[in-house]
Design a protein around this ligand. Structure first.
Ligand SMILES: [Zn+2]
Length: 303
C-alpha cells in the first residue's frame, strides 16, 4: 500500500490490523469519486491474499502475480448488471461464499459500486455478512454513506476518505518525473483527488476535447442523447472530470462574452453544470442526468 497517495492514517490502520492478524470480515470505504477508494481497497485485498503475508513491497508470490494480472480466483468483483446489483447476483455470492478459496486461506468479494445494491439485495445477505464463513472478506466502496443501508454499514469497518492535500499529490507527481511546473498544475487541477491527477498523468488531455460544450451545442438532440449513452459507460470519476472541464470551458466563455444574451445563456449552462457536479456525488442515473442537461443546453443555445 506504499503506492497509495495520501490517506496515511487509513493505510496505517489497515496495515497494523493485518500485522496483528486482526482482519475484519467486512469493510466499507466512503469518499468522493477519484479520491482513491478502489485503489486502496484493491491494495489491501492484494496484501490480504499475499502468500507471504503482504509484507514485501514488490512481492512476486503467485498470489500477488495473479492479482496484478487481474485474474486472481479469490478476488471476486461483484459489479452491477445494468444500473443495479440484483438479488440473483447476491444469491450467487451467497452460494459461492461457502466454497473454499482456490489459492490460499482467504476469499474476497469486492463491490466497487456498493450504492447500486438494491434494498432487497442488501437485506438478502445480511445473514451472510453477520456469519461470514472463515476467510471470507467483503469490501464495499461507495461515494456516500447514506446510499448504503444502515444494516450493512453497521456490520462493516467504515473508512472515510477525504481529498488529499495538494502538496502530497504534487510530491508524488514530482516522484513520477514531472517537472515542478507540471506537477504543480496537475495537482492543483485535481482538487485533492488523486484519481483525477493520475488520470491526467496516464492519459494526458487527449480525448477530452471531443466533449467540449462548443462542439456539443452543434449536435442535434438525438446525437446528444447518444453522447449520454456513451458517457454513461464511463467511470464516475471520468464523468466528474468531464463536468469539471465543462465548468472551466464555460467560465472561460463568460470572460470573453459581451452580449447580455450570451452571458445569460452561459450562466444558465454553468449553473446546470454546478448542479450536475453535486448530483454526481449521489447515486444518480447518469444517462437521465445528462439527457436532461443536454435538453437544457439545447434550449439555452437555440433560443
Ligand atoms: Zn505476495
Amino acid at each position: 500500500m506504499e503506492t497509495i497517495i495520501g490517506h496515511g492514517e487509513v493505510v496505517k490502520s489497515l496495515t497494523s490490523s493485518l500485522a496483528a492478524g486482526k482482519v475484519g470480515h467486512a469493510y466499507l470505504w466512503l469518499g468522493p469519486a477519484g479520491v482513491g477508494k478502489k485503489t486502496l481497497a484493491k491494495a489491501f485485498a492484494k496484501q490480504l491474499l499475499c502468500e507471504a503475508g503482504g509484507k514485501a513491497r514488490d512481492c512476486r508470490c503467485s498470489s500477488c502475480c495473479r492479482f496484478e494480472s487481474g485474474n486472481h480466483p479469490d478476488f471476486i468483483i461483484v459489479e452491477p448488471e445494468g444500473n443495479t446489483l440484483k438479488i440473483d447476483q447476491i444469491r450467487q455470492v451467497q452460494h459461492q461464499a461457502y466454497l473454499s478459496p482456490v489459492m490460499g486461506k482467504r476469499k474476497i468479494y469486492f463491490f466497487p459500486e456498493a450504492e447500486k445494491l438494491t434494498d432487497v439485495a442488501s437485506n438478502s445477505f445480511l445473514k451472510l455478512l453477520e456469519e461470514a464463513p472463515p476467510g471470507i472478506v467483503f469490501m464495499f466502496v461507495a461515494v456516500r454513506a447514506d446510499s448504503i443501508l444502515p444494516t450493512i454499514r453497521s456490520r462493516c469497518q467504515v473508512y472515510h476518505l477525504f481529498p488529499v492535500p495538494v502538496s502530497e499529490i504534487e510530491e508524488r507527481l514530482l516522484a513520477l518525473g514531472y517537472s515542478p511546473a507540471e506537477a504543480r498544475k496537475r495537482s492543483v487541477a485535481s482538487q485533492g483527488l488523486p484519481g483525477l491527477a493520475l488520470k491526467e498523468v496516464t492519459e494526458g488531455d487527449s480525448g477530452s476535447h471531443q466533449w467540449r460544450i462548443a462542439d456539443l451545442i452543434r449536435l442535434d438532440l438525438i446525437s446528444l442523447f447518444k453522447v449520454s449513452e456513451e458517457l454513461e459507460k464511463k467511470e464516475r470519476k471520468d464523468i466528474l472530470l468531464i463536468l469539471r472541464q465543462w465548468e472551466t470551458e464555460l467560465r472561460g466563455d463568460l470572460i470573453r462574452l459581451e452580449t447580455p444574451d450570451s452571458v445569460t445563456r452561459t450562466t444558465g449552462a454553468l449553473e446546470r453544470v454546478a448542479e450536475l457536479l453535486v448530483m454526481c456525488e449521489y447515486n444518480v442515473n447518469v444517462r437521465l442526468m445528462l439527457d436532461d442537461f443536454f435538453t437544457t443546453l439545447k434550449r439555452l443555445y437555440t433560443s
